[in-house]
Design a protein around this ligand. Structure first.
Ligand SMILES: *[C@@H]1O[C@H](CO)[C@@H](O)[C@H](O)[C@H]1NC(C)=O
Length: 197
């Protein structure tokens, strides 16, 4: 029985690895989101600085997210990255809606359900911590899958001291920032971008 549990957990972990989440046992951690979230100040371009390792993003660098206003409570999302193995630019266009303060929902097809996009912390001008968590249906084994991105306004990211502060926020909620899980996204020598700079 015990060894069976280990196999189940391993399978879940593998699933987590290929489907862009971190899977852990237990329910989702309780978090606070950014107070007085201001969508207007959040608009514009962000550089993906770190993300939980995931299958899709495994082979992409230079990822940016651009938010442009559609209405007071919704934005167009343009996620663009460079697939360096095939040397192709890949773009996903979607939209995000404010559901409750800094809790947004995002989707990339009008037929898809909205996925959670919670802004845990942003100062609008240098960083944003985006996180979401889903719980498995109540059953024999309770587990949760988490997504995490740190976005920065500058492709160079933020200072080490500032990154430590952001990590402290995450540690306060019990969110994993281990380098093996939360990988830096390369933002140098980007196709057509840094070359011009
Ligand atoms: C999405 O963003 C990329 C990179 O900034 C840009 O080249 C592309 O034109 C944008 N696409 C749309 C549909 O907005």
């Amino acid at each position: 029985m015990a060894s069976c549990m280990v196999v189940v957990i391993e399978v879940l972990c593998i699933f987590g690895l290929v489907s862009s989440q971190i899977v852990t046992l237990g329910t989702c951690p309780q978090v606070k989101v950014q107070e007085n979230f201001d969508l207007n100040k959040y608009l514009g371009k962000w550089y993906e600085n770190r993300r939980y390792a995931n299958w899709f993003s495994l082979f992409s660098n230079c990822v940016t997210a651009e938010y442009s206003k559609l209405s007071e409570t919704s934005v167009k999302v343009n996620n663009t990255g460079w697939l360096y193995l095939s040397n192709e630019i890949s773009t996903a266009i979607g939209n995000a809606v404010v559901q409750d303060g800094a809790k947004l929902g995002v989707r990339f097809s009008e037929f898809a359900p909205f996925g959670a996009y919670w802004v845990l912390s942003t100062d609008y001008t240098s960083h944003s911590i985006v996180w979401s968590c889903e719980e498995s249906p109540k059953g024999a084994i309770q587990f949760n899958s988490q997504y995490l991105w740190i976005l920065t306004r500058s492709p160079k990211g933020v200072s080490e001291t500032e990154m430590d502060r952001l990590f402290d926020i995450l540690h306060g909620y019990g969110i994993n920032t281990d380098i093996r899980k939360l990988k830096p996204t390369k933002q140098t020598n980007c196709f057509g971008r840094n070359m011009k700079m």
